[in-house]
Design a protein around this ligand. Structure first.
Ligand code: GLY
Ligand code: MN
Ligand code: MN
Length: 441
């Protein structure tokens, strides 16, 4: 599905614009897409649109900007690149304003070259500007110039918006609840990533390099139609797994060590985010199995706590409860469960939280606490990760048989009416299933 075929769903994108317009009630929203980024000299990074802009338009081309006008008559307006056959010979298809209007169901479309004349006209006499100040200094400057252009007309009785509201606040709330269309894409994204993990597990042998396994993921992501990895894959053998954001992926895989892989793909904007940890040899050692089963029990407890009505932190608390007891049992932590939690001494081995919202961004938009400082309440349609772990660096106070073991188990879940659906359930994770799967030819 390219930008072209995304237009088949233009109704849903229009509904989102209409919902935002209804919330605005009066005023103008300005939402630009992301700039292209130069990698070096005249080579660009692969283009990735801005998630807020895309959420409201489905439009994936660079150099585009959405204007929403709320009032007696709501209007949605797209500014985009002109049709340009010469450029299209070099860079590929672009809609141009005329085709984009019909394909994406906008009320009006204009060329980006008309921004500086059109936007001040659209801002004139409007009470409120909905814009995300501070997100991009280039667009902040444009906004200042456009507001100044409106101010210049003060003596003609034209007024400038006197309030600027962060347009992202309301979109964040909308993005927290996924529609059936989004859930379908997230299921597909999760499934591609799950199959890639299962496949990679069978490709691992001692002596291979971490990057060879990373390549297996890229192979599987692109082969299955994902447009990109959702983030840089972590392929961390042995002690590398104890570096949380390790992504050098350039070491050899050794017998007797675990391999932690955190890799997910992006499908039509939607991220999957899976971590699996398994033995390079295909068989867990005793200490590896002990800690793996501890993390897995913690993860299953956290998944159980991922249900509507529970607060955001409930899965983290459930995971922590299991992990801390396990750390005490295995002499990694000392004292009572309450004291280990209160003093946070468990953080020597578990120093991150148990999940995050997931969607168009891998760490997706949306608040974790409400305005009064209470945790958000989980609701049907939320999508999040559940990803407890355990990372044991060598230290005098740590039993040596656990040294350099790093484990994380991460799944993506959808909160449903009465619990949750594990979107990534196809990714193998029990000790028995991993060992059996790795023995298959
Ligand atoms: N892969 C990013 C994360 O797990 O948060
Ligand atoms: Mn994650
Ligand atoms: Mn991850």
């Amino acid at each position: 599905m390219t930008s072209n075929s995304m237009t088949m769903n233009n109704k849903e994108f229009k509904q989102r614009r209409d919902a935002l317009l209804a919330h605005m009630s009066e005023g103008v929203a300005i939402i630009p897409t992301a700039p292209e980024a130069i990698r070096n000299r005249d080579s660009h990074y692969p283009y990735r649109f801005d998630s807020y802009f895309y959420y409201l338009t489905g439009f994936t081309e660079p150099e585009a900007l959405l204007v929403l006008i709320a009032g007696q008559e709501n209007k949605s307006i797209l500014f985009c690149r002109d049709k340009d056959i010469e450029r299209e010979i070099w860079d590929g298809f672009r809609f141009g304003p005329e085709a984009a209007k019909t394909a994406f169901a906008f009320d009006h479309t204009y060329s980006m070259s008309e921004l500086d004349t059109m936007v001040p006209q659209l801002l004139a006499n409007q009470p409120t500007l909905f814009f995300s100040l501070g997100a991009d200094s280039g667009w902040d400057t444009c906004i200042t110039q456009w507001l100044n252009a409106v101010k210049m007309q003060a003596r003609a009785g034209v007024s400038v918006p006197n309030t600027i509201v962060d347009v992202r606040q309301h979109i964040d709330m909308m993005r927290l609840i996924k529609s059936p269309f989004e859930i379908d894409l997230m299921r597909q994204s999760a499934n591609i990533a799950a199959q890639a993990h299962n496949r990679a597990m069978q490709k691992v042998t001692a002596g291979k390099m971490e990057y060879e396994i990373e390549a297996e993921f890229l192979h599987e992501f692109y082969r299955k139609g994902a447009q990109a990895p959702a983030y840089t894959s972590i392929v961390a053998g042995g002690a590398n797994a104890c570096t949380l954001h390790y992504n050098a992926n350039n070491c050899v895989l050794n017998d007797g060590e675990l391999l932690l892989i955190d890799a997910g793909c992006e499908l039509h904007g939607y991220a999957s985010d899976i971590t699996r940890t398994f033995p390079v040899s295909g068989k867990f050692t005793g200490p590896q199995k002990t800690l793996y089963e501890l993390v897995l029990t913690a993860q299953l407890a956290a998944i159980d706590a991922a249900k509507p009505g529970n607060h955001w932190n409930a899965p983290h608390e459930a995971a922590l409860d299991v992990l801390v007891q396990g750390f005490i049992d295995e002499k990694l932590c000392h004292g009572s469960k309450d004291s280990v939690i209160e003093t946070a001494s468990y953080r020597q081995f578990y120093m991150h939280r148990t999940g995050h919202w997931l969607g168009l961004d891998v760490h997706d938009a949306g608040e974790y606490k409400n305005k009064t400082g209470e945790w958000a309440i989980l609701a049907s349609g939320n999508t999040l990760t559940v990803e407890p772990g355990c990372y044991v660096r060598p230290a005098d106070n740590v039993p040596e048989h656990f040294w350099n073991i790093g484990i994380r188990i991460e799944d993506d879940v959808l909160i449903t009416q009465d619990g949750c659906e594990v979107l990534t359930q196809a990714a193998i994770k029990s000790v028995a299933d991993i060992e059996a799967h790795m023995q298959q030819p």
